[in-house]
Design a protein around this ligand. Sequence first.
Ligand code: ASP
Length: 349
Amino acid sequence: MESDNKMMNKPAHILLIYTGGTIGMIKDFETGTLKNFNFDELLDQIPEINFLYCTIETISFKEPIDSSNMNPDYWVELASLIENNYEDFDGFVVLHGSDTMSYTSSALSFMLENLSKPVIFTGSQLPIGDLRTDAKENLITSIQIAALQDHGKPFIQEVGLYFEYKLYRANRTTKINAEHFQAFSSLNYPPLVESGVHLKVNKEALLKRENKEPLIVHKNLVSHILLIKMFPGIDMTTIDHLFSFQQMKGMVLETYGSGNVTNRQWFIDAIKKIVDRGIPVVNVTQCSGGSVNMGMYDTSAHLKKIGVISGKDCTTEAALAKMMYLLGEGIPSDKFKSAFETSLRGEMA
Ligand code: ASP
C-alpha cells in the first residue's frame, strides 16, 4: 500500500495537531507525576518522521492538556483548527491523551460534516521518551495512514483512531485498558486498517462519501446531559434526586444487556416524566459489544412504549457526542428520535 502510494501520488501534506496526553509528557522528578512538556522536544524524539513520504507541519494547543481536562470548548477549538487549515492540507493527525480520546474523536466525527480528508487520532500509553514507548509506532503509522492516497484522493475520509496496529472508526471505539498497549476496542465494527508488514486497508469498511458538498463544521454543542448507569440497588430516592435536574436537555441511559432495566413502576414513571418534558432519553447498553433491542424482554418493552430512543449498537461515548450535537442543532423533540436512530457518520448499524 505504501509503495503504491509513492508510485501513484504526490506526497501528502499533513497537519499534526498536538493537544496533550502521555505521548508528549515527561516525568516530574520532584513529584513523580507525568506532566506535559514542549511539543518541539516531542518531535526531536522521532527523527524518523523526516523519512515519511509526506510533508508535515505542526501546531499545538497553547497549553497542552491531560485529556481528563477535555471538554466541548476544546472540541470546538480543535474543529476550528481543522476548519481553518482544511484547504491547505491533505490530512490531519491529532495527538491526544488516550483517557478521553474516544469521546473527543466521536464528537469531532459529528462536528465535521461532509469530511473528505482523514482526521486520525492517536496517542500512547508510554511517553515518547520512554525506551519501551508505543508512541513512535502509533505516531508514525498514523501519519502514514493519513498520507495514503488513491489517485490523488485520500483513502480515509472520516475520523479514525489509531492505536497498537489498528485504525478504527473513531466513533465506534472505547478505551478498554489502562495498561496494555492495546488500549482501545471497537467490538461492533471491524478495523479500517491493520498494520503488519503491510498496511491492509479494509476498503469495504470505509465510510463512502455520498456527496461532494463542502465541509460544514458544527460548533454548537449542548452538554447539559445526564448519563445514568443502571446498577442493581439504584433506588427511587437517588433517581428522583438525579432526575430533578432542571437544566437537563437530554439523558443517556446505560442499561443492562440488550437494553434492559428494572420494570418496577416507580422507575417507569420517573423515565416517563422525563420523556413527557420533551427531553430525549437514549438507551445504550453497558456491554462493550452488541446492540440494544427494546422489546426483546419485558424489562425493555416499557421503555419502547414510552418513547425512549434506541441507541442500537452505539458506544456510550458516541451516544453522548451525538446527543450534544443534535441538541446543538436544535432538532425539535418530535423529530429527535428518528434523527438519533439514523446513522449519521457510521456510528451505528
Ligand atoms: N491521562 C492521559 C491523558 O489522557 C493518559 C494518556 O495520554 O494516555 O491525557
